[in-house]
Design a protein around this ligand. Structure first.
Ligand code: ADP
Length: 611
């Protein structure tokens, strides 16, 4: 029984490994792609938020710049602009509603040092009683000989009363921006300053110069000469920027004032003063993923935008991991599937091999059986043939002497026979009867042996004496041949006298029957290895090699007997073999080198047999 099919280890890379490696690679690639897509989305989102923030700040500051240009238009188009005109214009500009954080619009008039007192007096005189202008005073005073630039008109008035009379030029930061606005004729934003209206509030002011003569002079010296003052937008940076930037909770933002825009000189990255920070962490922001510059009335502002913790949604964050995990799960499933497939295939192969082997084994068994059956069939046919031959032979063997007996008996019934003829006929009848008896006797003996009913009368006997006696009584058989015998004396065996006589006489009959008349027949008895060996040899044609294995078979007759018509039943040698065997001995045939046939019967000697 073969072992059940088992999995065999295979050398080389297995399908499972290939699936596993590919799956892992694909999972990692998937992770990488998903991560890249997520980070691209995140970058785009951050870009978009940053750009929106920049644009919003720019728009609001532009609104302030527009407002000051509008105000200058008011001054250019009117010889005098009093408080009510100013207020009307400002109200119509709608600036404070459009830009939260724009806390005031003002006109700051240039007053030379020498005219300060007169200016104060004129303002107070023109002021209605109870108005804040009634106590108008320029402060802080400039150094003697210098010009003051004082807040003359301001909107909204409420809350800004303190600013009236404030000498803006006293603050170097404001003074610098005013000088630049005066000289360039354009809008100029200040660096961050502390607002007068609200203490410790950071703000910027956008100045635009107003000149005498209802126009903007072309040259700088002319601008200085005709400089009348500045219109200014006061901006509470914190309010304005918080309004714009505080809306986006997923990013932290800081804005720095980098400085005036100077052509060809690159701005220092994060130098300057901070204008706004969305939270404390943003206060320390020195560099950020997104840095955007914007131009506010000739100053550069720098916007730093960094994502906050929650910038990326949870789903965005887990997508790459989910992809990788899904890939790995699919890989594991794929490996399991591949493994199962491979196992199933190997099992199927093993089973197929097994089945193939057992089929082949069965096939060869079948072939063997068929061959055995064919052989048995052949043997049966052979037996059948022999039976037919036997019947023919026996009939012939019986009818020949019977015919003779009948013939001579008929002759003897005639009355004219001489005595000598009568004696001759009687002798012939007796010989034929003897021959008939011999055939019948032989057949009976064989049949008894075959049935196992032949009784051997075993006794201790001297084989040497027995052989000598038989030879002496075989004169008729040996009549036409020359007998050469060599008998060792005193070989004692245990055997059946009659049966052993049958053995020797059969061998002698064959030797004389199958060899030409006048040739020699040797009978030899000798001892070897505790055996008595009896040899009967003739000088005949011998036995063809292919027939030697059959001659001891019952009813087998040599091919040549058909031609020579030698009498016989084919049981002679079978009888010899049976009798020898029943005495514990053997019989074999050998072909002497000189020709002829020799049969050797070996019988066990009795103990104590003398040498
Ligand atoms: P039978 O002699 O009646 O044919 P046997 O059994 O005695 O039957 O012998 C079988 C066959 O063996 C014979 O037919 C013959 O062909 C062959 N045979 C036996 N003895 C001799 C011999 N001495 N020489 C040649 N052939 C022999």
């Amino acid at each position: 029984m073969k072992a059940p099919p088992t999995l065999r280890a295979r050398r080389g890379i297995s399908v499972v490994t290939v699936v596993g490696v590919m799956g892992i690679v694909i999972s990692f690639v998937g992770f990488w792609l998903a991560n890249r897509a997520t980070s691209q989305t995140r970058n785009r989102h951050l870009d978009s938020i940053s750009e929106q923030a920049r644009a919003s700040v720019q728009r609001r500051m532009d609104a302030n710049v527009e407002a000051v240009f509008g105000l200058r238009g008011l001054f250019l188009s009117h010889d005098t602009v009093d408080g009510s005109k100013f207020a009307d214009y400002v109200a119509s500009s709608d600036l404070f509603r459009r830009s939260r954080g724009s806390s005031a619009l003002s006109f700051d008039r240039r007053v030379p040092f020498a005219q300060i007192a007169a200016f104060e007096g004129a303002v107070r005189a023109a002021a209605p009683p109870g108005s804040p202008r009634a106590s108008y005073r320029v402060q802080p005073l400039p150094s003697p000989g210098a010009d003051a630039v004082v807040v003359d008109l301001i909107e909204p008035r409420a809350g800004n009363e303190d600013a009236l009379g404030f000498n803006v030029a006293d603050d170097p930061v404001r003074a610098e921006a005013i000088a630049a606005a005066r000289d360039t004729g354009g809008a100029v934003c200040t660096a961050p300053v502390e607002l007068v209206q609200r203490e410790s509030t950071v703000g910027v002011l956008v100045f635009l110069a107003v000149y005498r003569g209802n126009s903007v002079p072309v040259t700088a010296p002319a601008r200085r000469r005709n400089f009348e003052g500045v219109v200014a937008a006061v901006i509470d940076v914190n309010v304005l920027l918080r309004d714009v930037l505080g809306l986006e909770p997923t990013v932290r933002v800081a804005i720095y004032d980098v400085g005036p825009i100077v052509a060809d000189v690159p701005a220092v990255p994060t130098a300057g003063r901070r204008l706004f920070a969305s939270d404390t962490a943003a206060e320390n922001l020195r560099s950020a993923p997104r840095v955007l510059d914007l131009n506010v009335a000739d100053r550069r502002w720098r916007l730093l935008v960094a994502p906050r913790q929650g910038f990326e949604s949870v789903s965005e964050r887990i997508v790459p991991f989910a992809v990788a995990l899904a890939g790995l799960v699919v890989t594991a499933l794929g490996m399991a599937l591949a493994n199962t497939t491979v196992r199933a295939r190997r099992m199927a192969e093993a089973l197929a091999a097994d089945t193939g082997a057992s089929l082949r084994a069965r096939e060869s068994d079948l072939r063997r059986t068929v061959a055995e059956l064919q052989k048995a069939n052949e043997q049966l046919r052979d037996l059948d043939r022999r039976k037919d031959t036997f019947l023919g032979t026996v009939s012939h063997e019986l009818s020949t002497p019977l015919t003779s007996i009948k013939g001579f008996a008929a002759l003897m019934s005639r009355g004219d026979l001489t005595e000598a003829q009568r004696a001759d006929f009687l002798q012939r009848i007796a010989r034929n009867a003897e021959s008939l008896h011999g055939v019948v006797e032989q057949l009976l003996e064989f049949s008894q042996l075959q049935r196992g009913s032949m009784r051997l009368n075993l006794e201790e006997l001297d084989l040497s004496v027995l052989v000598t006696d038989i030879l002496r009584q075989s004169a008729i058989v040996l009549a036409d041949h020359e007998l050469i015998s060599e008998i060792t004396d005193g070989l004692r065996i245990r055997g059946d006298r009659l049966a052993l006589t049958r053995v020797l006489s059969n061998l002698l009959t064959n030797a004389t029957k199958y060899s030409p008349k006048g040739t020699r027949v040797w009978v030899t008895l000798w001892e070897d290895s505790a055996q008595a060996l009896l040899g009967v040899r003739d000088d005949g044609p011998g036995i063809p090699e292919d027939e030697r294995e059959h001659i001891f078979d019952a009813f087998y007759r040599g091919r040549d007997t058909e031609r020579t018509r030698e009498p016989g039943t084919g049981v002679g040698l079978a009888l010899v073999k049976e009798i020898t065997g029943s005495h514990g001995g053997t019989v074999r045939m050998q072909a002497p080198a000189a020709g002829g046939a020799e049969f050797i019967v070996a019988l066990p000697l009795l103990d104590g047999t003398p040498d």
